[in-house]
Design a protein around this ligand. Structure first.
Ligand SMILES: [Fe+2]
Ligand SMILES: [Fe+2]
Length: 255
């Protein structure tokens, strides 16, 4: 459950009434169920809920500010894009590896290292989508086909083209993760101004996003070190791939 938390229990209790809320960041179905449960539980007018309480590991009462609908929408879209992007990354490396390793056997460890990291990223977002009941993008089958073709095509074009593909994809995805990190840091800043802090799950998400962003930028460095900029036609290839990534991100956020 993503939430913000605050430990100033006594002060908050004195100032704010609190009522249990089943989910602070969940799929619309879960929220609807939660709303129905609350309606059946009481016929009185629903009070304004701005914080919920729970207990930390020491048994202290803690207060959590639920996410706003804009924040839930942001996380829904961001996590859906992240999962689709990591699916694409896994498929690109999987399709590039056979032709690249056949002509450049010394690149086998590097390709395996990047693929293993992408599989880890994909697992992270699969887990988060399942946990928070966020639906994957409806574009999933199309992105599966497109990334396989992109990986295979650039792999067959050669080492430089494959690395240029990595450079282009990682530039866009690194920037995308950076924007998410910046957004969560902004939420944290706003909460700190109110004497609150990010809940444990948002904190963990922030840590994961930073780590994954850094790993994507590491892939970008590997690509440049391995002559991505020698690809021909470099500009055309990277611009087309970067444009495709931006369009895919835009579409996946929405559907
Ligand atoms: Fe990744
Ligand atoms: Fe990557």
């Amino acid at each position: 459950m993503f939430s913000f938390s605050c430990k100033s229990a006594a002060a908050a209790r004195a100032l704010r009434p609190h009522f249990p809320v089943a989910s602070e960041f969940a799929a619309p179905g879960a929220l609807a169920r939660c709303a129905r449960t609350k309606r059946y539980a009481s016929t009185a007018a629903a009070p304004q809920v701005d914080q919920v309480s729970s207990h930390d590991f020491q048994g202290h009462e803690t207060f959590r500010t639920p996410l706003s609908s804009e924040q839930k929408e942001f996380l829904d879209g961001a996590l859906r894009v992240n999962q689709a992007g990591e699916l694409a990354a896994v498929l690109i490396y999987l399709s590039q590896t056979p032709p690249i390793v056949r002509s450049h056997p010394h690149l086998r460890p590097l390709m395996k290292h990047m693929l293993d990291q992408e599989r880890g990223h994909f697992d992270t977002f699969n887990h988060l989508l399942a946990k928070h009941r966020i639906r994957p993008t409806v574009m999933y089958p199309l992105w599966t086909a497109a990334s396989t073709v992109l990986g295979w095509g650039t792999g067959v074009m050669g080492r430089e083209a494959a690395m240029a593909c990595t450079e282009a994809v990682e530039t866009e995805i690194g920037q995308h993760y950076n924007e998410q990190v910046a957004e969560l840091l902004e939420w944290e800043k706003q909460l700190q101004a109110k004497g609150e802090k990010l809940g444990p799950e948002l904190k963990e998400l922030l840590t994961n996003l930073r780590r994954i962003r850094d790993e994507e930028l590491e892939h970008l460095d590997h690509a440049v070190e391995n002559d991505a900029k020698e690809a021909r036609p470099y500009e055309l290839l990277t611009n087309v791939i970067r444009g495709g990534c931006r369009a895919a991100i835009w579409l996946t956020e929405k559907v």
